[in-house]
Design a protein around this ligand. Structure first.
Ligand code: NCD
Ligand code: ZN
Length: 364
């Protein structure tokens, strides 16, 4: 059995849904999915119900994650039209400030240019600022950050024009980084009928083959891979009003390895995009005594019902994958072994200070 040993993977963009929507995913099931996929650290997005835009919501998420996470984790804080003056105080407890500048799932979309500029100025210059932006909005976000003298990270870039704009900005020395998802690297709008129209809803939308090819041709510009693991239940996806989003934690690594097999990326280039660059961009601690073992010859078929995610479906249903995670060691202990989650809920660690620990200390 040819075993490939990798450092623990980091996913800088997941939606674990708790608090607010535990029927879609919980910290328990979502971090089990992460470990099964080879991820030992996940950074969770703020579009919960209620959204994580203040200390109260952050401390509620911190409490549930601390009790239930099976792998290491961090929290992105959400920007809204009102909180620009208040976010900096929460920076020590978060891994980044997320701005939703285009429409997606959740209530956090900011309409105004003013709010974008205010957050770019107010958020701590050394803490990551990231955004969901598409098309022309990407140009606005890059310029607002540049004028504020700071870096910005563009989430889930999906189109040719966008990656080429980011390339041009980087070539000018502008401080912009970006991530792409496995689904935008492997699926296109031609796959929508086979996936089904509701299930195929995702933001950014599945794009054209030319867009996918442009992402693949510009991997040198792509700093990170991110799953954007965004679980919704099948009844929700198959409903009249399907919410956008795909589960992705358990199918990502074999797809990333397929890019290496196809000669689009070296193995070191993959490790940069799933470990080294996310760690640098989001200022994450090194995970010691932490690694992943992958049987590179293992061939398996994706069946949603077999996955650890509570969503139990995949846009890659029926795909044949090569590469199976056989073992994950996290912080010196087995966390996943031969198909079984070993790490206990609550064994994961917050990569930042816990806001609750701080207020407990402050109160004593
Ligand atoms: C995400 C979700 O469901 O939370 N959906 C999605 O289509 N990607 C929100 C997001 O990341 O835009
Ligand atoms: Zn997302």
């Amino acid at each position: 059995m040819p075993i490939l040993k990798l450092p623990g993977l980091i996913d800088p963009h997941v939606h674990l849904r708790e608090p607010g929507a535990p029927h879609k995913e919980t910290w328990d099931t979502g971090t089990a999915a992460a470990l099964a996929g080879g991820f030992t650290c996940v950074l969770d997005m703020p579009n919960n119900t209620p959204p994580v835009v203040d200390a109260t919501a952050l401390s509620a998420k911190d409490r549930v994650a601390r009790e239930h996470a099976r792998c290491d984790y961090g929290f992105h804080l959400g920007a809204n039209e009102e909180n620009a003056a208040d976010t900096a105080a929460l920076a020590p407890y978060t891994v980044g400030l997320k701005m939703y500048l285009d429409q997606t799932f959740g209530p956090l979309k900011m309409e105004g240019l003013g709010a974008l500029i205010a957050h770019a100025r107010a958020w701590h210059p050394d803490h990551p600022l990231l955004c969901h932006a598409e098309g022309r909005t990407i140009a606005a976000a890059i310029l607002a950050a540049h004028l504020a003298g700071r870096a910005i990270h563009i989430c889930h870039v999906s189109r040719k024009d966008e990656i080429e704009l980011i390339r041009a900005a980087k070539e000018q020395g502008i401080r912009v980084t970006c991530e792409v998802t496995p689904h935008h690297l492997f699926l296109t709008d031609a796959d929508i009928p086979a996936i089904g129209p509701g299930r195929a809803e995702v933001r950014p939308r599945l794009a054209t083959a030319a867009d996918r090819d442009a992402l693949r041709a510009n991997l040198t510009i792509v700093d990170c891979f991110a799953t954007d693991h965004a679980p919704h239940t099948l009844p929700e996806k198959d409903s009249e009003n399907p919410p956008p989003g795909f589960p992705g934690l358990e199918t990502a690594l074999p797809l990333y390895l397929a890019l290496v097999d196809a000669g689009l990326l070296t193995l070191n280039g993959l490790i940069e995009r799933v470990v080294t660059n996310p760690r640098r961009i989001f200022g994450l601690p090194e995970q010691t005594e932490t690694w992943v073992e992958v049987d590179t010859a293992a061939v398996w078929q994706v069946h949603g019902a077999d996955l650890f995610t509570r969503a139990r479906w995949s846009p890659f249903e029926g795909w044949t994958m090569r590469g199976g995670v056989t073992r994950v060691v996290l912080n010196g202990k087995d966390a996943f072994r031969d198909g079984t989650i070993v790490a206990a809920p609550g064994s994961g660690r917050n990569v930042r200070k816990s806001i609750n620990e701080m207020s407990l200390r402050g109160a004593s």
